[in-house]
Design a protein around this ligand. Structure first.
Ligand code: UDX
Length: 434
């Protein structure tokens, strides 16, 4: 299969590289010339474990190429994937579809032979119909179908998620398009991943519904954690007891400082808008958004409590600022609320993060960056664990406490056992456990 991938952002690049690894001929297109040049040299612009190696392997095998020439790539393709950004529009919370529709217009001008135009970007219900209308209007003679193929990749585990998905969702309207999509994903059927074929609107909604449900699950367990703190229950035990029920499942029941990232905040907000636009408000999701926003601020209060009511003049070491481990992504990370509040409260904030500095330095002014956890904690009045990087999971607590002025820890990801931390002399608070 000849595939072109429009947009080499996170989703486009991972998907393009993985499709080439299936054995398809893939051309990734981007309109930023310097980005294309870097990709051609094999430079990976994002941090994603395993991606650089897979990219190099498929470029060497001549199955993966990068170009700025959208026309030539589209003309040669059996399937064209649109994987451009759909950021939250300023002001109204809608997904901004400017880039999707612009891609559709450019694709229309270059279609040759039967082609399936597949939307991979996360788009509101009805967008694929609009993509079809735009192409039909611009190129009435073109032989094409549209399809919706949302992605469910987690940052940091994107290759694993692409190669071993729980399911692949494809919305399409013709048997011809279905056959093309089937061929594209055929390598996965060997691994027994179900491909769910459905209509365009259902495929579009599945993506939002799945992400909003997961965001709700996290927010639910976070509220249970708050309840544990005042009742003396233990959130780890509560989550385990809930998760052992197969109908609930144990995943996404880790209480923490609130969800962030490039998907959950954007998709919950877009789903809430879709509901409002159709006069069917999704009230649970509206509440989840509000509760999660408040939670990030509540984390600041927790740290203030640990520090005796004020952080003024205190040295605080913050371990982890990316929205989760194994990524350099800072989007909607709890740290963006917590660190400025600590700096604003007069604290000296010392950050350690294995990947966060590149993006985080500009976003978290007033804090200093450190390579080593023990060094960052030197003379500190408190350590705050905000992101559960592996590097922070097995620290020598005795050594850490000895380095600090006051051994106090806010473990907002519950990575240490309270008894161990207290045994090492720490004043220790965590989430949903006393
Ligand atoms: C998510 C979805 O998992 C993926 O399917 C979708 O396509 C894109 O959005 P991602 O944003 O990469 O992926 O991260 P994920 O691992 O899902 O975590 C999202 C946020 O939830 C993080 O801030 C994480 O810390 C938080 N989280 C996750 C919890 O607080 N508790 C949990 O139990 C799980």
């Amino acid at each position: 299969m000849q595939i072109s991938m429009i947009g080499t952002g996170y989703v486009g690049l991972v998907s393009g590289v993985c499709f080439s690894d299936f054995g398809h001929d893939v051309t990734c297109v981007d309109n930023q010339p310097d980005k294309v040049e870097k990709l051609k040299r094999g430079e990976v612009p994002i941090y994603e474990p395993g991606l650089d190696e897979m990219m190099a392997r498929n470029m060497a095998a001549d199955r993966l190429a990068f170009t700025g020439d959208l026309g030539a790539a589209v003309a040669a393709s059996d399937a064209v994937f649109i994987a451009v950004g759909t950021p939250t529009r300023r002001g109204d919370g809608h997904a901004d579809l400017t880039y999707v529709y612009e891609a559709a217009r450019q694709i229309a001008a270059n279609l040759r032979g039967y082609t399936v135009v597949v939307t991979k970007s996360t788009v509101p219900v009805g967008t694929n119909q609009e993509v079809e209308r735009i192409i039909r209007e611009a190129a009435p003679e073109a032989d094409f179908d549209v399809a919706s193929n949302p992605e469910f990749l987690r940052e940091g585990a994107a290759i694993e998620d692409f190669m071993r998905p729980d399911r692949v969702v494809v919305g399409c309207t013709s048997d011809r398009a279905r056959d093309v999509m089937h061929n594209i994903y055929r390598p996965l059927s060997l691994r027994e991943a179900p491909i769910q074929f459905t209509d365009l609107e259902s495929a579009e909604l599945i993506k939002y519904a799945a992400n909003a449900f997961l965001a709700t699950k996290i927010t639910f367990i976070n509220e249970m954690a708050d309840l544990c703190e005042v009742t003396g229950a233990n959130i780890k035990d509560v989550a385990r007891g809930m998760g052992l029920d197969n109908r609930i499942g144990s995943k996404f029941l880790h209480a923490g400082p609130g969800y962030g990232g490039s998907c959950f905040p954007k998709d919950t907000s877009a789903l809430a808008r879709i509901g409002q636009d159709h006069a069917r408000p999704v009230q649970i999701v509206e509440t989840v958004i509000r509760v999660n926003d408040n939670r990030k601020r509540a984390m600041v209060d927790k740290i203030l409590d640990l520090c005796g009511g004020s952080v003024n003049g205190k040295r605080i070491a913050v371990f982890g600022v990316t929205f989760k481990p194994n990524t350099d992504d800072m989007r909607d990370a709890p740290s963006l609320v917590v660190v400025p509040a600590l700096v604003g409260g007069g604290a000296e904030v010392r950050i350690v993060d294995p990947q966060g500095q590149k993006e985080g330095a500009a976003l978290l002014p007033g804090a200093s960056w450190h390579e080593d956890a023990y060094e960052a904690a030197e003379g500190a009045d408190a350590v705050v664990i905000l992101t559960e990087w592996n590097a922070f999971r097995a620290l020598d607590l005795q050594r850490l406490g000895d380095a600090m002025a006051v051994p106090a820890m806010a473990d907002l990801r519950n990575i240490y056992a309270p008894d161990d931390a207290r045994g090492a002399g720490f004043t220790y608070i965590s989430i949903g456990r006393s």
